[in-house]
Design a protein. Structure first.
Length: 380
C-alpha cells in the first residue's frame, strides 16, 4: 500500500496465497492522504476504530495510535503487518470493542463497519472522550456510507458532512459539539435482549442477549431458526463446539438439552463471544461452558471433540467468499474424534455438501427447505 509516508507491505490474516483480496482499499488510502494534505496534528491521542486488517494503524504507527476492533483476525493481521514493516507491536495499543476506550481522544478515525448497530455502539462509547477540538474523520466505500450513517455521526457527535467521492471511496467529516451532545445524547440500546419464539425446541421462550454488530442482533435469523429445529439429539456427546457461535443460541440449546456435555463457544468476534456468554448466563444453563475468541478452532486439541455445530458466514466484510467456511470445515475435521460429527446449516445454493464430501468422504442431508439445508458429516 502506498501512503504519504512510504510503502507498506500488508496482508490479511490468515494469509492465503490463493486469496486475491487486499488488506486495504481506496477508503484507507483516501483517509491517509486527507490527513497528510491537511497536515493534521497527530501528536495527541489517535484512535483508529474498525481498522479491518491493520492498514491504518500500521501506516500511523509512528504516532502510536490506539486501534479498536471487533475482530481478533484483524488484530492479528495488525500485529503481523507491524512486524512485517519493522515496527514493534507495542507501538500500537490494541483494544477490543469490549475494552474501555482511552480517557481522551484528539484524533478519531473511523472505518465505517458493515453494521450500523456496531457503529452506533462504538460512537456512543467514545463520545464522552471526544472534545471540541477532536478531529473526527470517517471513511468507507461509497456503497458503505448511507444517509443513516451520516445521521448517526451527527446525532452522537456533532455536525457532519461528506467529501467528494474518489475511486468510489468517501470521507465523513464531523465537527464535535460536546455541549449539544451532552443535552441530547441518546442512551445506548446495547446489549439488546429479546425472547425466542415458541417453535425452536428446547430454547423456546428463552432469552437472547446481543451486543451490537452480531448478525441479526434484534431477532432470530431464519437460518438459525431452521437449525434449532433440527439439532442432533447428542445423547453420547461429551464435548460440543458452537463454531462461529454468534449470540450463542445454538450452543445454549445443546447445553440445555444435555447438561452433562461441555460446550465451547468460539468466534473471531469479541462482540459475538460476549453475546454468547451473556445468552448462556441469562438462561441459567447448568453444566460447563468455555467462551473463546479466536481463529476458528486453533488451540483446540486434535481428536478431542464429539460434535461441532456450525453456521458459517459467506461474507468477509463486503466480499463474498467460501474461504471461511472451508477453514471451519477443515478445523472441525481435525478436532473431531473418530466417529465425531460436524453439523452445518447453510443456504442451499452454497453447495456445502460438495466441500464436506471432499473433506470427510461423506455428507448426509438431515433436513432441508427451499432456502436452507442442514448437513451432517462424520469423521471416519
Amino acid at each position: 500500500m502506498t501512503t504519504p509516508w512510504g510503502e507498506l507491505a500488508l496482508a490479511r490474516f490468515p494469509e492465503d496465497p490463493r486469496d486475491r483480496l487486499r488488506a486495504w482499499d481506496a477508503a484507507d488510502t483516501y483517509l491517509l492522504r486527507h490527513l497528510a494534505e491537511r497536515a493534521t496534528d497527530l501528536s495527541g491521542t489517535v484512535v483508529v476504530v474498525g481498522d479491518r486488517w491493520g492498514a491504518l494503524a500500521t501506516a500511523l504507527a509512528a504516532h502510536r495510535p490506539v486501534q479498536i476492533t471487533d475482530s481478533c483476525l484483524g488484530q492479528e493481521a495488525t500485529r503481523r503487518s507491524l512486524a512485517r514493516n519493522g515496527v514493534e507491536t507495542g507501538t500500537v495499543r490494541l483494544l477490543t470493542t469490549q475494552d474501555a476506550p482511552p480517557d481522551r481522544i484528539d484524533v478519531l478515525l473511523v472505518r465505517v463497519p458493515k453494521s450500523l448497530a456496531l457503529l452506533e455502539d462504538q460512537l456512543l462509547r467514545l463520545a464522552p472522550t471526544v472534545h471540541e477540538g477532536t478531529v473526527v474523520v470517517g471513511t468507507g466505500m461509497v456503497k458503505e456510507i448511507h444517509t443513516s450513517t451520516l445521521e448517526l455521526f451527527e446525532r452522537v457527535l456533532g455536525p457532519t458532512r461528506t467529501s467528494l467521492a474518489e475511486r468510489k471511496a468517501r470521507l465523513i467529516l464531523c465537527t464535535p459539539d460536546p455541549s449539544a451532545r451532552e443535552a441530547g445524547r441518546p442512551a445506548s440500546p446495547w446489549p439488546y435482549r429479546y425472547t425466542l419464539p415458541d417453535d425452536v425446541g428446547v430454547v423456546s421462550g428463552r432469552t437472547v442477549v446481543n451486543h451490537a454488530g452480531v448478525f441479526c442482533a434484534d431477532r432470530l435469523d431464519i437460518g438459525t431458526r431452521f437449525f434449532l429445529r433440527h439439532l442432533p439429539d447428542g445423547r453420547d456427546v461429551r464435548r460440543v463446539v458452537d463454531l462461529g457461535c454468534g449470540n450463542g443460541v445454538v450452543g445454549t440449546a445443546m447445553a440445555l438439552a444435555h447438561p452433562e456435555a461441555e460446550v465451547l463457544f468460539t468466534d473471531e468476534s469479541f462482540q459475538a463471544v460476549a453475546s454468547a456468554e451473556a445468552t448462556y448466563r441469562a438462561n441459567g444453563v447448568p453444566g460447563h461452558a468455555e467462551f473463546r475468541v479466536g481463529d476458528g478452532l486453533d488451540g483446540v486439541p486434535s481428536g478431542s471433540v464429539d460434535l461441532v455445530l456450525n453456521n458459517p458466514p459467506f461474507h468477509s466484510h463486503q466480499a463474498m467468499t467460501d474461504a471461511t467456511a472451508w477453514r471451519m470445515f477443515t478445523g472441525a475435521r481435525r478436532v473431531l474424534r473418530p466417529g465425531g460429527e460436524l453439523w452445518v446449516v447453510g443456504n442451499r445454493h452454497l453447495g456445502y455438501h460438495v466441500k464436506l464430501r471432499r473433506l470427510f468422504g461423506n455428507s448426509r442431508l438431515v433436513a432441508g427447505d427451499p432456502k436452507f439445508v442442514v448437513l451432517r458429516a462424520v469423521k471416519r
